[in-house]
Design a protein around this ligand. Structure first.
Ligand code: KPL
Length: 297
């Protein structure tokens, strides 16, 4: 399959390496074009993939059957605004990022959009990407246009298992959103690995209760206790992780808070729901971002 991967960070490089090894015709797409993308990934079993892969060939982009978007949520709409007119109408877009709300920001498009959430863990270490732990990627369509089907999940599964297809992806995305609403801001504020959040049970319960209220009013079958047990299961299975939001704060980068707690707050507000706990976390993370964006420290 002809594929362009937009964003060559940890997740982008992971997919590029696996799709290339599977024989797909892949290129990376960088916002600041460079002659090639140096893909350097260490697999969980220690095997290294180290190769320069092609980038930013407009012809390859136009002929791509899949555009895999691995940017941060806040980068997606502005990057896609420039690329959408160059894609052919049969190209499938697959957005893999934390949080929700990016699709609402996209201008008119002819392509089919799939959303996904992944539990693969990968992080930068020097010039390499360490694929810390295998995981599962859930994907599915958000509009009925196009022909993408579970066969795409099968193809991706061959490259980087596991991949699961969902005709309705939204419940999975909301469950992941609940996890991110808890783990990401709390670890960023307390400066701790995911596992240390076990000490903040009261706060975790309040956040889950608010997310469950919004989910219920949006028509999803859920209960605070099932979200809670899912959140605790992820805290346990990722206990040594530095969350992506804590990494962003440490590196003084823009976080995905607008698409995580911010998205839940906006959905809640549209139904007249106030979410004090999520609002508090949102404001605290924004204050941190503003401090370093304003003072550069
Ligand atoms: O998605 C994550 C993130 O860090 O963004 C979790 C699941 C919280 C794992 O760290």
């Amino acid at each position: 399959m002809k594929i362009t991967v937009l964003g060559c960070g940890a997740l982008g490089q992971l997919w590029l390496s696996r799709l290339y090894q599977q024989g797909h015709d892949v290129q990376g797409w960088l916002r600041i074009p460079q002659p090639f993308c140096a893909v350097n990934v260490i697999a969980p079993d220690g095997q290294a993939f180290n190769r320069n892969l092609p980038t930013n060939d407009p012809q390859h982009l136009t002929e791509s059957e899949l555009l895999l978007v691995t940017l941060k949520a806040w980068q997606v709409s502005s990057a896609l605004r420039q690329l959408l007119p160059l894609l052919n109408k049969n190209c499938i877009l697959l957005l893999l990022h934390n949080g929700m709300g990016t699709v609402d920001e996209l201008a008119d498009h002819r392509q089919q959009i799939l959303l996904g959430a992944t539990t693969h863990a990968a992080r930068h270490e020097g010039n390499a990407i360490i694929h810390v732990a295998m995981g599962i990627t859930h994907i599915g369509p958000v509009n009925s246009r196009g022909t993408a089907s579970s066969s795409l999940a099968d193809l991706l599964h061959e490259a980087l298992p596991d991949v699961a297809w969902h005709n309705n992806i939204l419940p999975s995305l909301w469950n992941k959103l609940a996890v991110n609403c808890v783990i990401n801001p709390l670890t960023a504020l307390y400066g701790c690995p995911n596992g240390a959040l076990l000490a903040y049970g009261d706060q975790i319960e309040k956040i889950c209760a608010e997310v469950a209220d919004v989910m219920a009013i949006e028509g999803y079958q859920t209960h605070k206790d099932s979200l809670l047990s899912h959140v605790y299961q992820v805290i346990g299975s990722t206990s040594a992780n530095t969350s992506s939001m804590l990494q962003d704060i440490i590196n003084q980068q823009h976080t995905e808070i607008d698409y995580i707690n911010g998205y839940v707050i906006r959905r809640g507000r549209s139904h007249g729901l106030q979410l004090p706990e999520n609002n508090k976390l949102f404001d605290m993370i924004k204050r941190k971002e503003n401090d370093y964006e304003r003072f550069g420290s």
